[in-house]
Design a protein around this ligand. Structure first.
Ligand code: NAD
Length: 493
């Protein structure tokens, strides 16, 4: 074990399991074939629940339900939709501890981080409860005076929402809240690793009084055929996806025949630039947050630390100290600061990227052979002087592995930052305002953290450039993804 990196033992605790069926048209039921899907605790590998495993026939049922509920829900007054979303916000906040426990059990992150996720997730419900009544249109006199232009925003219709495992609740509310605020009905397909948070959320929505069929949830171990069946149905109007770029690309092709509207929140490869005039202590603090949040399993995780030569040693020494101080262990142990990765496969993938980088000449600063207390654990790693030829420079790491690339001038640093097909988040540390503005403008990404390692906020537009996605979630922009613009030309002669 690397000296200084502590680990704690395995521990599990009880939790209140939500309904485990499919949620269709306001009813809980088993999948037609009675199949079920195990849910594992990543810290122990134990099965903690089984949930209904839907197939293609079940997909037709959720489509029927979402389609049937649409006329009534889209005609429900904005004030009523807002009130229901606010009710859901209060209910999630009231049950924050139950949600946090569930997230830790099925996804692994430390409880403190699960609590933070619940707050973030609830914020989307509050924000869009406030936005539901602000959907507007315009009225204009045509330039030649002969007619009037009336524009209005209408809900697009039934939507399919496909979400990943890394934020099992927040990635759901970030889509469901704007969709419902806009007047859309939804089919939610959560990641197979983390179905329980989604099911609990559906339960809370039903208790809050959401009409039957407005939100439907199906879990499946065969996402390919099930999602394809839904996307091929002409009643479907919109796909909103968060996940890997690889699956996103595939879904875009499936959405093409029906010319479905799509929102894509895909993978990142975030640069974290530390210029020579940065406050190095603040940069280390931000680096720890941007790298280790969610064990590095975040689409906005800092993937590449791009550091000015003159302060590189100071930054690396400080970051190494912080990485060594992490306590790796089960998320339900209050001593743990870093939980397991989602599964052994992800851990092995991250280890493989580290090994490849070292074989290409990267210099290990914090490195170890021993893993952690279980199969999915990985202790933090820090690699210096990573060559751009290493696979780790191009791929999203999705683990607690920090890689350092050094540069000698501003242009070189920015060029390194942009040397990726991804463009989700980026981070910049500098005390020079002009340099900060130049960097914000030059960076090819959707979000920039300036002197902070955090960009996510329900009131801000979240999303990526380049191959990191299409569209934005959050803020007043996020609801537009679920609205269609209609224009009426009215004779005025
Ligand atoms: P993933 O792409 O493997 O899975 C995401 C979802 O797609 C899951 O619900 C999964 O069941 C489904 N899916 C998988 N294969 C499918 C197929 N062939 N057809 C239809 N659906 C399919 O991603 P993941 O491993 O769950 O999540 C990690 C990825 O998500 C990372 O790349 C991360 O960057 C990205 N992510 C992006 C954002 C963002 O906002 N940009 C946020 C969180 C995560």
């Amino acid at each position: 074990m690397q000296q200084g990196i502590d680990t704690v033992g395995q521990r599990t605790s009880g939790f209140a399991c939500p309904p485990t069926g499919m949620f269709v048209g306001g009813e809980w039921r088993e999948a037609r074939a009675n199949a079920s899907l195990p849910v594992l605790n990543p810290a122990t590998g134990e099965v903690i629940a089984t949930v209904a495993d839907a197939d293609v026939e079940d997909a037709t049922d959720v489509l029927d339900a979402a389609t049937a509920a649409f006329p009534h829900w889209s005609a429900t007054s904005p004030r009523r939709r807002a009130a229901l979303l606010h009710e859901a916000f209060m209910a999630v906040r009231d049950r924050a501890e139950e949600f946090a426990t569930l997230i830790t059990m099925e996804m692994g992150k430390p409880l403190a981080e699960s609590r933070a996720e619940v707050n973030y997730a609830a914020d989307f419900l509050r924000w869009y409860s406030e936005e539901a009544v602000r959907i507007t249109g315009t009225f204009r006199t045509a330039p030649d005076g002969s007619s009037r232009h009336l524009t209005l925003s209408q809900p697009v219709g039934p939507c399919l929402l496909v979400t990943p495992w890394n934020f099992p609740l927040a990635m759901i509310t970030r889509k469901v809240a704007p969709a419902l605020a806009a007047g859309c009905t939804v089919i939610l397909k959560p990641a197979e690793e983390t179905p329980l948070s989604a099911l609990k959320f559906a339960h809370v929505l039903a208790e809050a009084g959401l009409p039957a069929g407005v939100v439907n949830v199906l879990n499946t171990g065969r996402p390919g055929p099930v999602v394809e069946a839904i996307l091929r149905d002409p009643r479907m109007r919109k796909l909103s996806f968060t996940g890997s770029t690889e699956v996103g690309r595939r879904l875009l092709t499936l959405a093409a025949p029906g010319v479905l509207r799509t929102s894509m929140e895909l993978g990142g490869n975030a640069p974290f630039i530390v210029f020579r005039d940065a406050d190095v202590d603040a940069a280390i603090e931000g680096a720890v947050a941007a790298k280790l949040r969610n064990g590095g399993q975040s689409c906005v995780a800092a993937n590449r630390f791009i550091v000015a030569d003159s302060i590189a040693s100071e930054f690396i020494d400080g970051l190494a100290e912080r990485l060594r101080a992490q306590i790796v262990g089960p998320g339900d142990d209050p001593r743990s600061t870093l939980g397991p990765l989602i599964n052994e496969r992800q851990r092995d993938r991250a280890v493989g990227l580290v090994d490849d980088a070292v074989s290409h000449g990267a210099e290990p600063v914090v490195h170890h052979d021993a893993a952690g207390p279980g199969d999915a654990f990985l202790k933090p790693v820090l690699l210096d002087r990573v060559p751009p030829s290493a696979e780790i420079a191009r791929q999203e790491i999705f683990g607690p592995v920090a890689t350092v690339y050094r540069f000698s001038n501003e242009q070189e640093g920015l060029a390194l930052a942009n040397a990726t097909e991804s463009g989700l988040a980026g981070y910049v540390y500098t005390r020079d305002l002009n340099r900060a503005i130049r960097a914000i403008e030059a960076m090819e990404c959707g979000m920039v953290g300036v002197n902070r390692g955090h960009v996510s906020d329900a009131s801000a537009p979240f999303g990526g450039a380049k191959q990191s996605g299409l569209g934005r979630e959050g803020s007043e922009i996020g609801i537009q993804e679920y609205l269609e613009t209609k224009y009426a030309s009215i004779s005025a002669t």
